[in-house]
Design a protein around this ligand. Structure first.
Ligand SMILES: Nc1ncnc2c1ncn2[C@@H]1O[C@H](COP(=O)(O)OP(=O)(O)OP(=O)(O)O)[C@@H](O)[C@H]1O
Ligand SMILES: [Mg+2]
Length: 375
């Protein structure tokens, strides 16, 4: 059984700096991010070596499952395909050339540290065996992909002799059921696609400029919060906190005895900014601080292990738009904190700039996907 994916890494990560290098690239591309609460699409076009924003759109999934806007859903492929068709129609998407994100929750990502200097040709044999320890399901049920982390970029610091040498490999495993579900959605929407990408890699492509210090990327999704430590464009550590932006809405609804819809409104209106009676603010802050305390302990452990500090924090995901979150994050991390600004990597009419800046965190994955397809 062939476990290898269509090289998730090959034309993705390493091209952060040369966006339009390959000549087999496409002229137009559609990035599709199917989140648990909403689908986001971004269509880009390649023109004079630049990525031009043609259209973008978002549709809430809640109403497709008789739930409120902002709710986390678990919909069938038929319904997801319908929602995708709807948002493509509403946003006047014209291209069929698509690339989809695989959510962090449907995939596993881990580092393997193998003894010795192992030639690349032996990895297809070794990795499936070694990866078993990390994968909670039979290895035949997953597809694997990997990236050897270059020795020069070894994060251990000092130079090692041969016996101490290690081959460090970043491995990605995706359940085959997930892949068939996404292929099914593509088929039902009559889109063409030759690859998928894990959302973290799309986020990296669209959010980062080259940075020497490690970066912390936090994705505030509706269902969960995902965070990763990135160095030189490579994921060094990746975690999920079992709490998302929807939990804030639920807690507001419960504590204040209001409907989910009303709570969602209050959350967006007040967030964790100071308000007259401070109730919404303190409820929302509880969830955020729960998340931050998990992130803090991982960051501390990382900084201690590698003896280097995180240089910057990048916020992505719709939940990052919570009012007051940026300042609160600055206070917590005590370093530079920024919103992802993925549209900055595209050309768009000037009048859209303010709205695109605000929408950036939400569309970070979809923009990254579309950029990959153009590269
Ligand atoms: N202006 C805002 N203020 C506060 N929260 C917001 C705002 N806009 C969106 N959100 C929240 O962001 C969440 C949706 O974010 P996003 O679209 O990134 O989630 P998703 O991709 O569907 O979820 P996941 O990645 O967990 O599957 C919702 O919970 C929504 O309430
Ligand atoms: Mg998401």
């Amino acid at each position: 059984m062939d476990n290898s994916l269509k090289k998730i890494f090959s034309d993705g990560l390493n091209k952060l700096s040369e966006v339009f290098a390959s000549d087999k690239s496409k002229n137009q591309s559609l990035g599709i991010d199917i989140g648990s609460s909403a689908i986001k699409v971004v269509q880009l076009k390649k023109k004079n070596g630049k990525a031009v924003l043609e259209t973008y759109g978002v549709i809430s999934l809640g109403p497709y499952g008789n739930m409120e806007v902002g709710s986390v859903t678990n919909l069938s492929t038929e319904v997801l395909a319908q929602a995708l068709k709807d948002v493509m129609k509403e946003s006047n998407v014209t291209t069929k050339s698509a690339v989809m994100a695989i959510p962090s929750l449907s995939s596993l990502i881990f580092n393997l540290s193998l003894p010795g200097n192992i030639p690349e040709s032996q990895l297809p044999k070794i990795i499936p065996i070694e990866a078993r320890k990390y994968i909670p399901v039979p290895i035949s049920e997953v597809s694997l992909d990997w990236l050897v982390i270059p020795q020069e970029e070894s994060f251990e610091g000092e130079v090692k002799n041969d016996t101490e040498k290690k081959t460090e490999v970043l491995v990605v495993a995706i359940h085959n059921d997930t892949l068939s579900k996404y292929r099914d959605i593509l088929k039902k929407t009559e889109l063409q696609s030759d690859s998928f990408e894990m959302e973290i890699f799309s986020n990296i492509r669209s959010s980062f400029v080259h940075d020497t210090l490690p970066l912390l990327l936090i994705d505030f999704g509706a269902s969960k919060t995902k965070f990763s430590i990135i160095e030189e464009g490579i994921v060094r550590d990746s975690h999920v906190v079992n709490r998302g932006a929807q939990d804030i809405t639920k807690n507001i609804a419960q504590s204040l005895g209001v409907s989910f819809e009303e709570a969602e409104k209050l959350k967006r209106l007040i967030g964790i900014e100071k308000s007259a009676d401070g109730k919404v603010e303190s409820i929302a802050k509880l969830s955020i601080d729960y998340i931050f305390s998990d992130v803090n302990s991982i960051v501390l452990a990382y900084e201690k292990k590698y003896n280097k500090n995180i240089g910057k924090v990048v916020l992505v995901g719709g939940g990052a738009l919570l009012k007051g979150l940026l300042d609160h994050a600055k206070e917590n991390f005590k370093i530079e904190v920024v919103f992802s600004n993925p549209f900055f990597k595209t050309e768009a009419p000037a009048f859209l700039t303010p709205i695109l800046e605000v929408s950036g965190p939400e569309f970070s994955v979809a923009v990254g996907l579309a950029l990959r397809q153009l590269s």
